[in-house]
Design a protein around this ligand. Sequence first.
Ligand code: NOJ
Ligand code: CA
Length: 690
Amino acid sequence: MRWTRFLIGAAMLSLLTTCAQTKPLSPPPDTTQMIIIEEASASSPSGELTLTLSTPNSVPHWQALWKGKAITAPAKLGIAFASVRDLDHGLSIVSVTKVTHDKTWEQPWGERRLIRDHHTELAADFAHADGQRAFTLRVRLFDDGLGLRYEVPADGERIITDELTEFRLPEDAQTWWIEAGGWNRYEYLYQETPLSEVHRAHTPLTAKLPGGPYISIHEAALTDYAGMWLNQRRPGVLQADLAPWSDGAKVKVNGSFTTPWRTLQISETAAGLANSNIILNLNEPNRLGSDLSWIKPSKYVGIWWCMHVNECSWGSGDKHGATTERTTQYIDFAAKHGLDGVLIEGWNHGWNGDWFANGEVFDFTAPYPDFDLEYLSNYAKERNVHLIGHHETSGAVTNYEEQMEAAYALYQKLGISAVKTGYVADGGQLTRRDANGKTYHEWHDGQYAVRHHLRALQTAAKYKISLNAHEPVKDTGLRRTYPNALSREGARGQEYNAWGQPPNDPAHTTILPFTRMLAGPMDFTPGIFDLSFGKDLSEETRVQTTLAKQLALYVILYSPIQMAADLPRNYDARPDAFQFIKDVPVDWENSITLDGHPGDFIVTVRQERGTNAWYLGAITDENARTVQIPLDFLDGFAYEVQIYRDGPNADWRINPYAFETAFQTVSQHDTLTLQLAPGGGTAIAFIPVE
Ligand code: NOJ
Ligand code: CA
């Protein structure tokens, strides 16, 4: 083969790329005359964020610059395979295209209705020395971050043994992270350490660079690939570490494939990370058609906390929680207070015995005899309340897949349109059964689980059912494509406060918005009012917040479904505080995180969808804090302000119930001063005065 190499520098490249602006895709390389581009770069619309691609020693590298300064060091790109040649060396950039994109799209439900997708797209073709295209690296540069992904041409069936994408960051960057590849999936307390102390971490991983911006690494549009962990190899080098299959393969591909986007969010402030839309923007538009009226943001109560605090049981017997009688009481309670849903756990066969260990016996269409499913769904409907279904699988995924259609069909017939699923099993212990009945153990975030969760969403959509998965795979923004992906867990939720092993410390919910919540909504289940459930307050294995902070969490921790998680009798005892839970919306026109720092505090405001009312949540860690809130986010009305705050001397340790409400009138020219108690918070409703 005869071909000539031309080396093109950055200056000439910009000319080339300008000419290529109208071409959405680059042509296959001409193997007789290969143009080699030494360096390719593109900038975000404002010019503040730049990404550069290069191939020192024929190894593909990327680097990000923020306001003219390098924020990541040149880091490798590449993919390795079991039986075909690796895509990590001997490569050159042979063609580059750039386009800009600016479009605003609407979310059917969400934390904000309108989302602007404004980015520069760079597509660089990398080729082997023989001219064969290795992959296209597609990069989207937004003003608050970037996504990059590999688009790899067909080459039959292959096994990916490793993805070699690296993120190179300063070793002393202050980092918030949880361990990946451990037994407890995503349910860890966050660690705050220098980057050099990260071992293997989940994403989103968030860091503050020394003297520089906050960044967060995550991924978007994980649909048929393994979840990415970040493994610190050499100090400062986080390498993609894909959750493996039980046979050691990382990803099984057939034909051409596209990886999820590897994302880097960047902001001068921590609040800026929380206000970013890049994860959603990097997902595909809605595929569930134009009638999405069956997908309903809602508030719910449930036969749930009573199991966690050991007052009742999931399994049948004397303590059985999900009885017809108790469920009617919950339905009556929801109807009385205008809440939409009642979740019922422990309604179906399979819970008796050690359900953690044996998911194969779950039957998703067989209610216990003391739970009259049909009667209760009608009883609820007549009161304008909906039952919320529950499918705990204990990680026995094949058992669930075998019953999924029948289970969703049953719920649809009864008018049940939302289902909470659960995959309680240690990390790496999901059970997959093959056609011969042999079982294998898989990760909650390996390709097998990723495929399962997508299949569950697609199957549920056929029956007009929305899902809320616990012990899920992490969120990567698929709710844009499948809006029936309502919410999920995937972090340490309220339940840990019941179990006390240990409970969530006061800082935990100030870290979540800057880490886990960057991925998407979380079913944290706020609203515990009896903070010690029978224990003495001096015992710290209880809820480590004030009462007011529980209310603020409804605004801070976004979810389109929010649970009023406590027992009805505890709400009956505190109508003053319960009023906020009754009033707070779950669907928003806009959301703005005003201020905050992971592990310290956060202040978020949200405008109710379809009205001019605004809601505010402010929470702090174990330290008392005074925060000033200029009200310039409000519209030009006078507002009646309903404040739910820590009372005098409130303190999560010794005086968590000190609580007061206050009312005043304000406008957008005012500033509010909030006093947050240790472990405390404030919740506010701003209602426009006609
Ligand atoms: C763990 C879930 O997080 C919790 O909400 C649920 O009650 C139990 N599994 C049982 O499914
Ligand atoms: Ca859980």
